[in-house]
Design a protein around this ligand. Structure first.
Ligand SMILES: NC(=O)C1=CN([C@@H]2O[C@H](COP(=O)(O)OP(=O)(O)OC[C@H]3O[C@@H](n4cnc5c(N)ncnc54)[C@H](OP(=O)(O)O)[C@@H]3O)[C@@H](O)[C@H]2O)C=CC1
Ligand SMILES: O=C1CO[C@H](CO)[C@@H](O)[C@@H]1O
Length: 324
């Protein structure tokens, strides 16, 4: 039985393997408070989710109520694409800290390996993808900022004590290879899309050889994206292979998906705004999938990706699909 619920990072820090996703969360203050009461200790945030003030208020409420202490929580946030320049990275991190009501982050991630033109906070926050969203024909505007410049500024955040760990999201193997060459402080995490339709074994193996732990986002493979009209024609939580395995263990398909990810050695950041599902998604440490079950789930792979910025920006000057 795999009972370990922490993922060891290269810094020696241990991150709870299940983190609560907050993208598109309804009633974040209440849900985050309920989550912490239910036992969640890792919250996955981002400036881009436009809710860090409410998420922070939920954490504060739990701390003030004595449910947990700040040091019991693992809080991750992400640097948005418009703040990649060395002179903007620290201010972006400080803004996130202020919004969350914290004086340090456990983990700060570069959200995408894509630099976009700077938008000042007072003009628009968060700036999201397009430079001119109010115009008739909104466009992506890229910025000439190399990733190593951004990483050097991320390293300074560790040295100044604003963040304990730094990492990346949505990095392919060649980008990780490059990063490992120039990083003085090596990345602790690569947070990538992972579910049975996108198993990314080669990337997992490669990051493993470099001491990079992996967090899987969108572990249920749909939900938020389907709400955005990005239907890939399958309903992950209703897949017959998963349903059969779930019923043989007396578990739900969501719990099987989380268990599959944990047994592959990754942490995961499932999102729910629902009080019952907060408990359901945490209740995955009392059963184990067999090697055959893990393999059968992995065999569902179709290399189907939801989080392709090119698709989000289709018709907005974005190349589609960026990751193909
Ligand atoms: N680094 C990056 O670029 C990215 C990071 N992320 C992170 O990953 C998190 C999770 O990914 P996300 O794309 O939101 O999607 P998920 O795969 O976590 O799916 C969320 C959907 O599943 C539903 N759901 C949750 N639990 C259950 C359950 N037990 N049974 C049935 N349905 C359930 C939710 O609905 P309901 O709320 O009603 O329960 C929602 O519709 C994000 O919130 C974000 O923190 C996501 C995308 C990109
Ligand atoms: O993490 C996230 C989920 O995906 C979205 C689209 O790429 C991002 O904008 C968001 O920040």
């Amino acid at each position: 039985m795999v009972s370990c619920s922490k993922q060891k990072l290269r810094t020696g820090d241990e991150m709870p393997v299940l983190g609560l996703g907050t993208w598109k969360m309804q009633n974040p203050k209440q849900v985050v408070y309920q989550a912490i009461e239910a036992g969640w200790r890792h919250i996955d945030c981002a400036c881009d989710y436009d809710n860090e003030i409410e998420v922070g208020a939920g954490m504060r409420k739990a701390i003030d109520a004595g449910v947990c202490k700040r040091e019991d929580l693992w809080v991750t946030s992400k640097l948005w694409n418009t703040y990649h320049a060395k002179e903007h990275v620290k201010a972006a991190c400080q803004k996130t800290l202020q919004d969350l009501g914290l004086d340090y982050l456990d983990l700060y991630l570069v959200h995408f390996p894509i630099a976009l033109k700077y938008v000042p906070f007072e003009e628009r926050y968060p700036p999201e993808w397009t430079y001119d969203p109010a115009s008739a024909n909104p466009k992506l505007e890229f910025a000439d900022i190399p990733l190593h410049e951004t990483w050097q500024a991320m390293e300074v955040l560790v040295e100044e004590g604003l963040v304990k760990n730094i990492g990346v999201c949505n990095y392919s193997a060649p980008l990780v290879m490059d990063l490992m060459r120039y990083a003085r402080i090596k990345p602790a995490i690569n947070q990538i899309e992972l579910h049975p339709k996108l198993t990314q074994e080669a990337l997992l193996d490669y990051c493993g050889t470099q001491g990079l732990a992996i967090t899987g986002f969108s572990p249920f493979g749909s939900g938020s994206y389907v709400e955005l009209g990005m239907d890939r024609g399958h309903k992950m939580l209703e897949e017959p292979v998963l349903q059969a395995i779930a019923s043989s263990h007396g578990k739900t398909t969501a719990q099987v998906l989380l268990r599959w990810g944990i047994q592959r050695g990754t942490s995961l950041v499932p999102k729910t705004s629902n009080a019952e599902r907060l408990k359901e998604n945490l209740n995955v440490f009392d059963f184990e999938l067999s090697e055959e079950e893990v393999a059968n789930i992995s065999a569902m792979n179709l290399n189907v990706r939801y989080n392709d910025p090119g698709e989000f920006c289709k018709g907005m000057g974005g190349a589609y699909p960026i990751y193909a």
